[in-house]
Design a protein around this ligand. Structure first.
Ligand code: AHR
Length: 496
């Protein structure tokens, strides 16, 4: 007899709350991430509200999107907010130098963005321009958005259609300062941050939480310098890590039609998120033992070779079951670090990189990643619960090996206990014995996302090729065994 995989949830000792902003999104002026994918303009034949597509916004509402980051990414450090206010036909046309060199009409600006987040019921995370802006431009944007005074800028906002101040929940000073944001050293960025932050003078009650732009991958220097120098001056330090199948930027690997070796390498690479978070959290625990500073993974997700025949600057890629597994593995990692990881923003919401939704003119489809987000909705603002996996199987391929089962659990706001399980093995189902310490567990009910092919995906012709199916299990002989199919994400609630 072999020992069975056992997942034990400690229901009696709830841990930190999983901030709903862990399920944040990111919409950059990049490819058809905004133009076409979300924004079609009020005169479009595609049904829209104030220019935003009804179909896409409707689907996003079902994800309870808590937070949207905008306008970039790299785009943010070349974005001048005054270009995006006032009558749309008078706005300057710019070149989007980061993303394909295409024209940027500035049709979507501050007011349009806030229309979107208001429709979604989401908070706004605005990313400021440190790279090509000035501290004056940045401080005036904050004033324009948040001032309730009779200042000329506040009056201009009223004239442009928004009498009340906008609610800016978060504001970041620059993006990827180590790269597209200005190729700075952390020490130089830190000084710049202090200078700019000094002039972001909104009244206390409306001042956004200010985010410092941090490092990426295995580099912890940014977290080290920023957390040492910016005590009481930042709400959080951001961090970016992308999952690339080959681990190489030059040839990254395809979104579909990949072999098992790339299934394995993609999951192996995505699991490095755990190490990256641990390494940065160790630095934060040293410099900020009171845990005032959050660690915000405000860009993450898969990054593949672009689809053939598309503009290389548009970062357009298909999205398969593998992406849903990647998303769920990352969610489980984020939950385990809920005390520091209080926000993450997957890159990106629509049509770009690991997206929720893909559009083609008036059509749209929901990706497997969309469904992973939907299945995990109960984890937003839930109290995390300690979980342990005993006698885990490993998924092995050649010399590579990763844990077979990834697990997470939480007490949701509805009072129910939720468990998420991921089976990384693309061939074998795993029987998991579920044991809940502190209460009785007799049955589970929820959803499973899986498919026959590793690269199962939806197309405009077959929009429902992969979608979640009902999932349930019942205790027998005092044992609650849950069969997790091969290459699957399962989320369920547990009943006593
Ligand atoms: O998400 C795409 C790009 O990736 C972002 O603009 C940039 O911040 C990162 O390099």
């Amino acid at each position: 007899a072999f020992a069975q995989v056992t997942v034990t949830v400690d229901a009696a000792h709830p841990g930190p709350v999983i901030n709903k902003n862990v399920y944040g999104q990111f919409a950059e002026h990049l490819g058809s991430g905004i133009y076409g994918g979300l924004w079609v303009g009020p005169n479009s034949k595609i049904p829209n509200t104030k220019g935003w597509r009804n179909d896409v916004v409707g689907a996003l509402k079902d994800l309870h999107v808590p937070l949207v980051r905008w306008p970039g990414g790299c785009f943010a450090d070349e974005y001048h907010w005054r270009d995006g206010i006032g009558p749309r036909d008078k706005r300057p046309v710019k070149v989007n130098t980061n993303w394909g060199g295409v024209e940027e009409s500035n049709a979507v600006g501050t007011h349009e963005f806030f229309d979107l987040v208001e429709m979604l019921g989401a908070d706004a995370y605005v990313n400021g321009n440190l790279g090509t802006g000035s501290s004056r431009e940045m401080s005036e944007w904050i004033e324009y958005m948040t001032s309730d005074s009779k200042s000329t800028l506040a009056e201009l906002r009223r004239k442009n259609g928004h009498p009340k101040p906008f609610k800016v929940a978060y504001f970041a000073v620059g993006n990827e300062a180590w790269g597209c944001g200005g190729n700075m050293r952390p020490e130089y960025y830190t000084d710049m941050y202090k200078q700019y932050d000094s002039f972001l003078k909104a009244p206390r009650e409306v001042r956004p939480k200010i985010i410092a732009s941090g490092g990426n991958d295995s580099d912890t220097r940014w977290t080290e310098v920023l957390s040492r120098e910016l005590k009481n001056r930042t709400d959080g330090i951001s961090f970016h890590y992308y999952t690339i199948p080959t681990g190489q930027w030059k040839v990254k690997g395809a979104a579909t039609g990949f072999d098992e070796a790339q299934w394995m390498s993609t999951l192996q690479n995505t699991l490095k998120m755990e190490n990256h978070i641990q390494d940065n959290v160790a630095v934060l625990d040293k410099n900020d033992p009171q845990k005032k500073i959050g660690f915000y993974v405000d860009e993450w997700g898969t990054w593949y070779d672009v689809e053939k025949g598309t503009n290389a600057g548009f970062l357009y890629q298909q999205n398969t079951l593998r992406d849903a597994v990647v998303a769920a593995l990352n969610f489980n990692i984020f939950h385990a670090h809920a005390d520091r990881v209080r926000m993450t923003n997957i890159a990106q919401m629509v049509n770009v990189l690991q997206s929720m939704i893909i559009t083609d003119k008036d059509k749209m489809l929901l990706t497997p990643t969309y469904y992973a987000y939907k299945m995990y909705v109960p984890f937003q603002d839930a109290a995390s619960l300690p979980v342990s996996v005993a006698n885990d199987t490993s998924y092995k391929l050649g010399a590579s090996s990763i844990p077979g089962i990834s697990a997470s659990a939480a007490r949701a706001k509805d009072g129910k206990l939720y468990v998420a399980l991921v089976n990384t093995n693309p061939h074998e189902a795993t029987d998991v014995v579920l044991s809940v310490a502190g209460e009785s567990a007799q049955s589970v009910q929820g959803q499973v996302l899986t498919a026959v092919a590793m690269d199962a995906h939806n197309t405009m012709e077959q929009k429902q090729a992969i979608k979640p199916a009902p999932f349930s299990a019942q205790a027998a002989n005092g044992k609650l065994t849950v069969k997790v199919p091969a290459k699957a994400v399962v989320v369920f609630s547990v009943a006593g």
